[in-house]
Design a protein. Structure first.
Length: 429
């Protein structure tokens, strides 16, 4: 893991392409998949599953028998941990639920906001390099709390044509209504437009690979999405109070996700940087997903030297990372200086993995700098708001002239007339 100056690193990332950069080859493939699914429905889904996953499916929907079988394939230890995680995630997200509200003004004016859950959502749960039961919980629990009527889940099948049992049990525990054995861009297309088997949803959430992310971008507008997620990221700000073994472990916990994952540490101490560099090398030797970690650390992992914490925080706010760990003295006192980060972990004993599984806040977070303008997934993502306006005749008369004046200034005379006819009716009484 290379040690670099801040200038060297900013020069490197300045040359990288953005999340929204045009990848014409990827776009062509994704658009072809979307179009084929819209035209051929289930048959297209089965063909793409055979092509990309190497599995020929007769049924796209996970059966009740498969759920029963999954129960026999998981351990009591996993089930207990899953249920405890569910409790903590539920407790955190229940606080986020918004209520409708109304205010009564003079002359019978009633204004307000009606909060309504979405009728249906589709959750994408990645497969391939790993199974993610935690992602099932993080996406479905806030939807359930919001009051979503129908939650559908899509996830790629394993080589045996079945869904990972840990993922299935997570779906069952979280109250997912139906699970489809579909992955990739074709799953996004099915959720967005519907097929003979897959019912169209109002919104799609959940992370995925580049094909999934690009498909979500292209279906947006026909259906809502949570975000366009890029590869996972972690940034650790450390001083001499940080423990090198802890920081190394946390960096590698993100590097194991994907070869394109980014794991960086920003530190004010060269002594710490050198100790961390050695610790990373030692821990890589013992890692299970070594080839993925090595690729990630080599390509995207850096230890960045800065002169001060002020310089570190300025860099962090420009980077706007998905996960930020403040492993410095008195981290709570430094929190006001952080403006852009998806999730912020304070101190040596608040590792990112805690947030992934058990703390309670959502682990579906904005990536690729988008935490500068967006938020973690939450209950609010599964609800929509309608404005409520009620005026009495007398209250409308009080503002009629103002409305007519503004409408006429905009050249929208029919708008003005909709007020004028009511004013004339009042005058005629």
């Amino acid at each position: 893991m290379r040690i670099v100056t801040l200038k060297k690193y900013t020069d490197e990332i300045g040359k990288q392409t953005s999340l929204q950069s045009n990848d014409l080859e990827l776009d062509r493939t994704v658009l072809e998949i979307i179009g084929t699914v819209r035209e051929n429905g289930d048959q297209a889904l089965k063909s793409y599953t055979e092509k990309f996953d190497g599995v020929l499916l007769e049924e796209l929907t996970v059966s009740s028998e498969e759920f029963v079988e999954a129960q026999t394939l998981i351990s009591a230890e996993f089930l207990g941990a899953l249920r405890r995680a569910k409790e903590k995630i539920t407790a955190f997200h229940e606080v986020q639920k918004e209520q409708s509200w109304f205010i009564n003004q003079e002359k019978g004016i009633v204004l307000g906001q009606k909060v309504t859950p979405l009728e249906s959502v589709g959750i994408y749960v990645p497969g391939g390099k790993a199974a993610y039961p935690s992602t099932v919980l993080m996406n479905s629990i806030p939807a359930k709390i919001a009051g979503v009527e129908r939650i559908a889940m899509v996830t790629p099948p394993q080589q045996d044509g079945k869904v990972n049992p840990h993922v299935l049990i997570a779906a069952q525990e979280a109250g997912v209504d139906v699970v489809y054995k579909i992955g990739g861009a074709q799953a996004i297309a099915a959720l967005a437009y519907g097929t003979e088997t897959v019912e169209k949803v109002a919104k799609i959430t959940g992370p995925g690979n580049a094909f999934v992310a690009r498909a979500k971008k292209w279906v947006f507008g026909d259906v809502a999405i949570d975000m366009i997620a890029g590869p996972s990221e972690i940034c650790v700000v450390a001083d001499d109070s940080a423990i090198p073994a802890f920081v190394a472990a946390d960096l590698l916990s993100q590097a194991e996700h994907d070869e394109r994952a980014t794991a960086i540490c920003v530190t004010t101490s060269r002594t710490f940087a050198e100790a961390l560099q050695k610790e990373v090398a030692n821990q890589i030797e013992r890692a299970d997903r070594q080839s993925i970690i090595v690729a990630s650390i080599t390509d995207n992992g850096r230890i960045i030297l800065v002169d001060s914490l002020d310089e570190a925080f300025d860099f962090v706010n420009k980077l706007a990372p998905e996960h930020l760990q403040l492993m410095v003295e008195n981290p709570m006192e430094q929190l006001p200086f952080i403006h852009n980060a998806g999730a912020i972990f304070l101190g040596n004993y608040s590792p990112e993995a805690l947030g992934d599984y058990m703390a309670g806040p959502n682990h579906t977070l904005p990536t690729s700098g988008t935490s500068a303008f967006s938020s973690p997934l939450g209950v609010y993502d599964f609800m929509k708001k309608s404005s409520i306006i009620q005026y009495t005749e007398a209250a409308l008369q009080d503002v009629s002239d103002d409305i007519i004046a503004i409408a006429n200034a905009e050249g929208l005379t029919a708008h003005a007339n909709s007020i004028q006819v009511r004013k004339a009716d009042q005058n005629a009484k």
